[in-house]
Design a protein around this ligand. Structure first.
Ligand code: ADP
Ligand code: ZN
Length: 762
């Protein structure tokens, strides 16, 4: 038998018979393993029907033929190859992804240098492949004959349990006094509690769409759009119909100019053409709040974010995949929502850093949204009062970009008046200048509200030696420890270390007393309370907001008017508009501009414009007070005037001179290990391996030397980095791919991450 026609063992169906063309159906599969390649498998006839791009499959890998999970990327006829192994099974339970989402995932894998299967896994969580199992605490009846005298509630519960066991939670929620009754019955040996496993497989989705219902009419529907809103909407609509067109529309709208209403009407227009929309927002709390607002206007809207439980997420994804959803509102991962007829993508607050993923793949949802819109042939709207420098740069460079401006506030009136004060001059109470206090008293007296921002980083209560000035640092990650007076403890806000506050200098040869050398939100709260004892203060920072629900709850308490002053870190700058806020205060503007990061000025500018904008909703003209030691600093003045374009020109010029993004592509490789020498050695090897390849590849690639990260230690790991700068033509991606193929990125260090387009430079 000639070798080429020898059937594979046990796979006679694969052997081509005489005379038929030697082709077979082949699936390219992203295998869930640390590999960058796709693998090809033969498709057995009995699986042909059920195999489509996006399906989850089981395949053999390697000589040992380990069985692994994978994702079918594409299926095509290929010349017959006897060494090709067959797909073992199609996982019927899995929800398929759409073909475009698969293509998007492959682009993310390539651009952000991440194994394709890992990208797909981050899009389609385990629950999608395996279904969800939840453990529910239930009770069942033990003995049938009840004691003579039984309270009414106890009897009622027993009667319920007569038929079948019940979840405890359901009983508690439906019957008053059930908790106590359950305890009594258990003590009497009448019932017992047990864990019940509830299983729900992700059954096949129904691909039929439910008929659309009309949403309830609501007041916003009656708004007459402003001329600027109309113009913006018209430009978006032009890309929706008659020919759907890929276009990046930068909606540069002043705070209060009515961007949300433009989003809503644009989504309506897309839905009217039979297509669907995604609205990305930077925070879960915002996704929830905007989701609630939009669900009044769209019956077929779904919220999708990482805070959802496995089951809720699965339900949402199932509805989306089933075609029963018009709008998906969500945080960054919602950019991958498996909508089949996507016609519009909107990214609200596109400059927000929270759109960037914090784990591999380190994708930026704005940039993925742009890529997706391109693949879907749809417009993408990037909304912001302070567009990112990347967007400004692209507006100048790319023919696909277009600027939509909305300068006017809907409510009319002037922008808030901004006062810059140096708290060191003139009287003050602790952190609060007299100017700020006067405004606070006036605003609270008028029944208004105020927001105070105090950036924490580096400005918390740091302990320093009163004699030698040595700061108290975290021994695990060398960032400053923060004093928490209430617990008499010091804490590391980076790695979570917590210990009793020491009294004396860490340098034993000095040993003098420690004293607070910085300032923090808690101190601001104390000062504010001392100065205006009647003010109702709401503090919003990582210490008071442990969970996301706390954050959302705090925002709605403030919205309801349960507090007069909202104080906190940059969290206070975000969120929906609070119409009664008439004063915004910034305690220490200088700190924001002086971070050791090439994006510090851009971030500080955006934050200031945002905070000042918070005071702008008040009908009676808002005020913003900016405390600074350098009131005449040029960047600060531009921020206070919300002079976006002059600032952008200045900053872009600076970046161009430095050869930094958005003029170049930047990649940051972080190598970390508990042993400092291992981390350094790993980074040095990577740097020289990359240099070697770069020399052959392109003269335009600049590979930095191994260097210590600004945050030298974190969670017990020493951190070293290698920075790569290069042109935006894909050559950095080629460099990384080649380095990977040559194992140049393998290291003995515990962790090595590749961050393409990094935002965090610390
Ligand atoms: P932005 O997001 O641009 O800061 P918003 O979308 O929050 O602004 O709009 C500001 C306020 O103006 C909201 O209360 C909104 O309901 C209202 N609004 C928006 N468009 C109109 C309109 N055309 N007519 C009247 N009120 C509007
Ligand atoms: Zn620490």
């Amino acid at each position: 038998v000639p070798r080429s026609t020898a059937p594979k063992s046990g796979q006679l169906w694969l052997a081509p018979t005489e005379g038929t063309p030697r082709h077979e159906l082949v699936a390219d599969v992203a295998v869930c393993a640390r590999t960058w390649s796709l693998y090809s498998y033969a498709v057995p006839p009995e699986l042909v029907e059920r195999l489509a791009p996006g399906a989850s499959v089981s395949v053999p890998l390697g000589r040992a033929g380990r069985t692994l999970d994978g994702w079918c990327i594409r299926v095509s006829p290929q010349p017959w190859d006897q060494t090709r192994k067959p797909i073992l099974a199609v996982n019927a339970a899995a929800l398929p992804l759409t073909a475009t989402v698969i293509e998007l995932a492959l682009w993310v894998a390539d651009y952000y240098h991440c194994p394709p299967a890992r990208v797909i896994e981050s899009i389609a969580p385990a629950a999608l492949r395996r279904g969800v199992k939840t453990r529910v605490r239930c009770v069942r009846q033990l003995r049938r004959e009840p004691p003579a005298e039984l309270r009414e509630i106890d009897a009622r519960i027993l009667a319920l349990l007569e038929k079948e066991p019940r979840p405890i939670r359901a009983l508690r929620d439906s019957q008053r006094g059930a908790a106590a009754a359950l305890k009594r019955l258990a003590d009497a040996g009448m019932i017992e509690a047990f864990w019940c496993v509830e299983e729900r497989g992700p059954e096949a989705v129904r691909l039929a769409s439910a008929p659309a219902e009309a949403a309830e009419p609501c007041p916003e529907d009656e708004f007459t759009l402003s001329a600027e809103q109309q113009a913006a909407l018209r430009q978006i609509a032009d890309c929706l119909a008659p020919t759907p067109t890929f276009r990046v529309l930068s909606l540069f709208g002043a705070p209060g100019s009515g961007k949300t209403e433009v989003y809503v009407r644009a989504i309506r227009a897309a839905v009217a053409t039979g297509r669907q929309a995604i609205l990305l927002v930077p925070e879960i709390a915002l996704a929830t709040q905007i989701g609630q607002r939009l669900s009044r206007r769209f019956t077929r809207a779904r919220v999708l974010h990482s805070g959802l439980s496995g089951r809720a997420r699965l339900d949402a994804l199932r509805a989306i995949r089933g075609g029963n959803v018009d709008v998906v509102i969500g945080t960054r991962s919602a950019v991958f929502a498996p909508l089949e007829r996507l016609g519009l993508v909107i990214v609200d607050e596109e400059q927000e850093g929270s759109l960037k993923s914090l784990a591999a793949p380190f994708y930026h949802a704005r940039d993925v949204a742009i890529k997706r819109a391109q693949l879907e042939n749809a417009p993408v709207v990037l909304g912001s009062a302070t567009p990112s420098l990347e967007t400004w740069h692209n507006l100048a460079e790319s023919k696909h970009y277009q600027l939509l401006r909305m300068d006017r506030r809907i409510a009319g009136g002037a922008a808030p008046r901004v006062e810059r004060v140096d708290p060191r001059r003139g009287p003050r109470r602790g952190l609060l200048s007299q100017t700020l206090l006067d405004h606070l008293l006036r605003v609270i007296g008028d029944g208004g509200q105020a927001i105070l921002l105090h950036n924490r980083r580096g400005y918390a209560v740091h302990l320093r030696c009163s004699r030698c000035g040595l700061p108290l640092l975290c021994e695990r990650c060398s960032s400053s420890l923060v004093l928490h007076r209430a617990e008499d403890a010091v804490r590391c806000h980076r790695c979570g270390l917590r210990r009793h506050a020491p009294a004396a200098c860490p340098d034993t040869t000095c040993g003098a007393a420690l004293e607070p050398g910085g300032l923090a939100i808690q101190r601001l709260e104390q000062d504010l309370h001392a100065a205006i004892p009647t003010a109702r203060i709401l503090r919003l920072d990582r210490d008071t907001m442990r969970r996301r629900e706390d954050y959302a709850a705090a925002l709605s308490r403030f919205e309801r008017g349960d507090a007069d002053v909202l104080i906190g870190t940059q969290m206070v700058a975000k969120g929906l508009d609070f119409p009664r806020v008439a004063l915004a205060g910034v305690l220490d503007a200088d700190a924001m501009f002086s971070m050791p990061d090439f994006r510090a000025a851009e971030r500080a500018f955006q934050l200031l414009v945002q905070v000042v904008g918070r005071a702008g909703r008040a009908a009676a003209g808002g005020v913003a007070v900016i405390q600074t030691t350098d009131p005449e600093a040029p960047l600060l003045r531009l921020a206070c005037d919300a002079a976006v374009e002059p600032f952008v020109q200045r900053e872009l010029e600076q970046r161009r001179r430095l050869g930094y993004p958005p003029f170049a592509r930047l990649v940051r490789i972080i190598v970390s290990d508990p042993q400092p020498a291992v981390a350094r050695d790993g980074a040095e090897r990577i740097s020289s391996a990359l240099r070697e390849i770069a020399e052959r590849l392109s003269a335009a690639l600049r590979i930095g030397s191994a260097e210590v990260c600004a945050v030298a230690r974190q969670r017990g790991m020493h951190r070293w980095q290698v920075l790569i700068l290069g042109p935006k033509d894909g050559s950095i991606q080629r460099l990384l791919a080649e380095a990977e193929a040559q194992r140049g990125l393998r290291t003995a260090a515990k962790r090595c991450v590749v961050d393409v387009d990094p935002l965090d430079m610390m």
